[in-house]
Design a protein around this ligand. Structure first.
Ligand SMILES: C[S@@+](CC[C@H](N)C(=O)[O-])C[C@H]1O[C@@H](n2cnc3c(N)ncnc32)[C@H](O)[C@@H]1O
Length: 195
C-alpha cells in the first residue's frame, strides 16, 4: 500500500486551491521544495512570495528556482514571516490564495534555528489578513523536537479561536503512525464574511 506523506497531502490540497495567475506565500522556504511547487502551480502569470530568516535557505531556494526555470514568478525575502504583510504589495491584501508553513528546522542545516511559537502566531495572523475568502493556509508542524511541541499546542489554540469566531474551518491530518510526537498537518480555510 502506498503511504501518502503529510507533505504530499498538503500539496494535494494546494493544487485544488491554486490556479495559474494566482498569488501564494511560502512562509518558510527552507530548501525551496515547496517554493518550486507553488511557483509551478501559479505559473509565469502568478506570483509567489517566499520568506526565510536564514540567508543560506534563501540562496538555496533561489538556486533551485533557477534550475527549475521559475525564478521570475517568485519574490524571495530574507526576513521573518511575521512581517509578511509589510513585505507584500498593499494591493494584494485579501488576494492571496494559499499560504504554506513548514515549521521546524532547515533539513540539512542548523537544527538550533527553528520556527518560534510567538513569531509563528504573528505570521498566522498576518497570513489570515492577506488571504482571500476561500483561501487556504497549510501548516505542517513537528511536535517531536524541543519547542515544536509547545508551538503545535499554540497553533492548535490559534485554530480553535479562528473556528470559534467562524473565521476559518480547520482540517487536521495525522501521520499514519499517530503518536504525540508525530508530525501533523493543519489545513485552514478562510470563511467568507457572509458565512
Ligand atoms: C522545515 S524548514 C522549511 C522547508 C521548506 N518548506 C522546503 O520545502 O524545503 C523550516 C524553515 O523555516 C525557517 N524559519 C524559521 N523561523 C522563521 C521565520 N520567523 N520566518 C521565516 N522562516 C523561518 C527556517 O530557517 C527553516 O529554513
Amino acid at each position: 500500500m502506498k503511504r501518502i506523506s503529510l507533505l504530499e497531502t498538503a500539496h494535494e490540497v494546494v493544487i485544488r486551491h491554486l490556479s495559474a495567475g494566482d498569488f501564494a506565500v511560502d512562509a518558510t522556504v527552507g530548501n525551496g521544495h515547496d517554493t518550486v511547487f507553488l511557483a509551478g502551480c501559479v505559473g509565469e502569470n502568478g506570483q509567489v512570495f517566499g520568506f526565510d530568516i536564514q540567508a543560506q535557505a534563501v540562496e538555496t531556494t533561489r538556486q533551485r528556482l533557477q534550475v527549475h526555470e521559475c525564478l521570475p514568478q517568485v519574490s524571495l525575502f530574507h526576513g521573518s514571516h511575521a512581517l509578511m504583510a509589510e513585505f507584500l504589495p498593499k494591493h494584494l491584501l485579501g488576494q492571496i490564495a494559499v499560504v504554506m508553513f513548514n515549521l521546524g528546522y532547515l533539513p540539512g542545516g542548523d537544527k538550533t534555528v527553528i520556527t518560534d511559537t510567538n513569531t509563528t502566531l504573528l505570521a498566522l495572523d498576518a497570513a489570515y489578513g492577506l488571504l482571500a475568502e476561500g483561501g487556504v493556509i497549510t501548516v505542517l508542524a513537528y511536535p517531536g523536537h524541543a519547542g515544536g511541541d509547545r508551538e503545535l499546542v499554540a497553533v492548535e489554540a490559534w485554530c480553535q479561536r479562528q473556528e470559534a469566531a467562524q473565521q476559518m474551518r480547520v482540517e487536521v491530518f495525522n501521520s499514519s503512525h499517530h503518536q504525540p510526537t508525530a508530525p501533523l498537518l493543519l489545513v485552514l480555510y478562510k470563511l467568507s464574511a457572509s458565512g
